[in-house]
Design a protein around this ligand. Structure first.
Ligand code: GAR
Length: 222
């Protein structure tokens, strides 16, 4: 009898709104054998997002759930939940998914949804993080991966990567430095989750049952 090995693999659904370079980094890490998992589907909320084609190029099923087709945030989130759950994911990965989520949505994926944010959280929640780091005169900036909770960009931090801010940095150059680190960090955190190493309790995130410090693990820690 033929068996499909993919049926046994942990399933990841990735949500994107734009370029999808983090989605590509995760999909390519899986293809290169970095972890035993599959990207079951990519869901996008913008019809013009280039990332949808990058997913199709990798034979990943893609679904568009256009937020503009819904009258309210609540209705959109219900449709989004349906689309995600149709893929039966073990992990939901937000990768540049630029939507504010309803509490019902975040509760539904409690402990199994992660996000990447381009700042050293809790600094600079929200938008324009690179310019804000420059304006503040920070010498360090970076990226955080965190569990998603009801608080926007506020769930327990799992890991961070730090980049130096130099005098000649613009928001664009800093974004380039940060994205380079994102593409290394995100596949590693996804792998930790898939390996069953990550958890979340009322005190924050855990790895191997031990508490993760407030500002997350640094890549050199593991
Ligand atoms: C990434 O830099 C990610 O950190 C950021 O959007 C970009 C998406 O890039 N996410 C946020 O700002 C979330 N608050 P990508 O589409 O090329 O992966």
């Amino acid at each position: 009898m033929m068996t499909d090995g993919a049926l046994d693999l942990p399933r990841i659904v990735i949500l994107i709104s734009g370029t999808g370079s983090n989605m590509v980094a995760i999909a390519d890490a899986i293809k290169d054998g970095a972890m035993d998992a599959m990207v079951a589907g990519v869901i996008c909320n913008r019809p013009d997002a280039p990332g949808m084609q990058y997913a199709r190029d990798r034979d990943i099923p893609v679904e568009l759930v256009d937020h503009k087709a819904f009258d309210s945030r609540e209705e959109f989130d219900v449709a989004l939940m349906r689309a995600i759950d149709d893929f039966a994911p073990d992990l939901v990965v937000l990768a540049g998914f630029m939507r504010i989520l309803t509490p019902e949505f975040t509760r539904h994926y409690h402990g199994r949804m992660i996000n990447i944010h381009p700042s050293l959280l809790p600094k600079y929640q929200g938008l324009n993080t690179h310019q804000r780091a420059i304006d503040a005169g920070d010498s360090e900036h970076g990226v955080s991966v965190h569990f998603v909770t009801e608080e926007l960009d506020g769930g327990p931090v799992i890991a961070q990567a730090i980049v130096p801010v130099t005098a000649d940095d613009s928001a664009d150059s800093l974004k380039g430095k940060v994205q380079k680190q994102e593409h290394i960090l995100y596949p590693i955190v996804v792998k930790w989750f898939i390996q069953g190493r990550l958890g979340m309790n009322s005190d924050g995130a855990t790895i191997d049952g031990k508490p993760i410090p407030q500002f997350g693990l640094k890549l050199t820690d593991q």
